[in-house]
Write a protein that binds this ligand. Structure first.
Ligand SMILES: [Zn+2]
Length: 104
């Protein structure tokens, strides 16, 4: 089996040029080894939309986690100073995660 036997499946009217020789391409295609298929990804936002939707879900989950922690964090201030400081660090970590995810 040589590389020239591979079939390429790629989106038409895409705004990037797919490499139709070999197994690598800018779109990071899926390789179907069994059927010698190179399945290209569209770059016109079809996959990006899916990623954005997952990103939104992660941000929502993190925000509700932060809200829950902040609410309970206030209670621990009068009970245990050590725990209060630990929680503060944890909440800051979650907020940092939100900032990083928003950037990517
Ligand atoms: Zn491609």
């Amino acid at each position: 089996m040589t590389l020239s036997n591979w079939q390429h499946i790629y989106p038409t009217d895409d705004w990037i040029e797919h490499k139709l020789v070999g197994l690598d391409c800018i779109c990071e295609p899926k390789i179907d080894w069994e059927n010698s298929l190179v399945i290209h990804n569209s770059a016109d936002g079809r996959e990006i939309k899916e990623v954005m939707s997952v990103k939104k879900d992660i941000l929502e989950a993190l925000k509700s986690e932060i809200a829950w922690c902040v609410k309970n964090h206030k209670k621990s201030r009068d009970i245990d100073q050590g725990l209060y400081i630990q929680e503060k660090g944890f909440i800051n970590g979650l907020r940092q995660a939100v900032r990083i995810i928003k950037k990517v």
